[in-house]
Design a protein around this ligand. Structure first.
Ligand code: AR6
Length: 295
């Protein structure tokens, strides 16, 4: 049985949250919970709760596979919304743990109350790690104009996606700098699409920033056109193509913020993946600068 869409998206967001480390923001996960609540997401609940003394969390599972990672017990499918609404009725119940045997999501009653009212909204998350590991609708590849693979993140994506990706890329007949093209994710089963964009080779001219911005903009447009609600970017052009990290971070972040502002009715979880510590440092310096300016 295939996992329903909203359940899959929630599992992916929880994965990214763990992958993002201790400081990762929970908003992308909250977005997926809220979307699930609005779309009658079903989860598995134990038919019999073991006797408990004192306060307890009730386990819920997004799928049979998640349940079978631990002790297998009789379960019944229930609406997550109905379970959330019932959370207040038992004084000893502290809340729910979704997928207790795997990458778990612990939701205390106070958070559950807030989630019932939560309006999903676009969120930008900075992740220390490789874009190739992200569980999202669309992974972005920093490709070259041939679209036939290369080194860096391009090589890593082609290795993970397998030969089917190269075959599909051949049929695309290349991609111009600043533009983007989409393919399936092939053997990368934790993503639906790969968006291939070609960043500028850094020259120091003003047109570099325009080209880089159009990579981010075109990738986001393509993601939206293909129904994606989550997208993960590497630092386009910041490797072999030599774009200075601080400048590239500024262009990428401003372009994403601008794009999200222009699409107020879209909920997009945008992840900026920092393969090197220095990439994360560049983004954090920028975020701190923005905060200071606001104050
Ligand atoms: N896994 C994940 N991310 C990586 C990896 C990896 N193995 N290696 C580098 N990065 P780059 P570009 C990050 O050089 O500058 C290719 O050969 C890296 O830290 O992959 O746009 C293409 O075919 C940086 O943040 O891309 C093109 O010819 C980001 O990926 C050319 O390189 C981009 O670095 C494109 O150069």
């Amino acid at each position: 049985m295939t996992t329903p869409r909203y359940t899959l998206e929630l599992e992916r967001a929880i994965f990214n949250w763990y992958y993002g480390g201790d400081d990762a923001a929970p908003e992308p996960v909250f977005n997926e919970v809220a979307k699930g609540l609005n779309n009658d997401m079903q989860v598995l609940a134990l038919t019999d709760m073991p006797d408990k003394d004192g306060h307890y969390f009730i386990p819920l599972f997004t799928s049979k596979e998640e349940m079978e990672k631990g002790k297998s017990s009789p379960v019944v499918s229930q609406s997550l919304k109905a379970l959330f609404e019932a959370a207040g009725s038992s004084p000893m119940c502290s809340g729910y743990i979704i997928n207790p045997w795997g990458q778990k999501l612990v939701l205390e009653k106070s958070i559950i109350r807030k989630l019932l009212e939560y309006q999903p909204k676009s969120h930008i998350t900075f992740v220390k790690g490789s874009v190739v590991e992200m569980h999202v609708n669309a992974i972005v590849n920093a490709a070259n104009e041939s679209l036939l693979g290369g080194g860096g993140v391009d090589g890593a994506i082609h290795r993970a996606a397998g030969p089917g990706l190269l075959k599909e890329c051949r049929a695309l007949r290349g991609c111009r700098t600043g533009e983007a093209k989409i393919t399936g994710a092939h053997d990368i089963d934790y993503a639906d699409y790969i968006i291939h964009t070609v960043g500028p080779i850094y020259s120091g001219r003003k047109s570099d920033a325009d080209m880089l911005a159009s990579c981010y903009r075109n990738s986001l447009d393509l993601a939206l056109a293909n129904g994606c609600g989550s997208i993960a970017f590497p630092g386009i052009s910041t490797g072999v193509y030599g774009y200075p990290l601080n400048e590239a971070a500024k262009v990428s972040l401003l372009t994403a913020v601008e794009w999200l502002d222009e699409h107020p009715d879209t909920v997009m979880n945008v992840y900026f993946c920092c393969f090197k510590d220095s990439e994360m440092d560049a983004y954090m310096a920028l975020v701190n600068q923005c905060h200071k300016k606001k104050i």
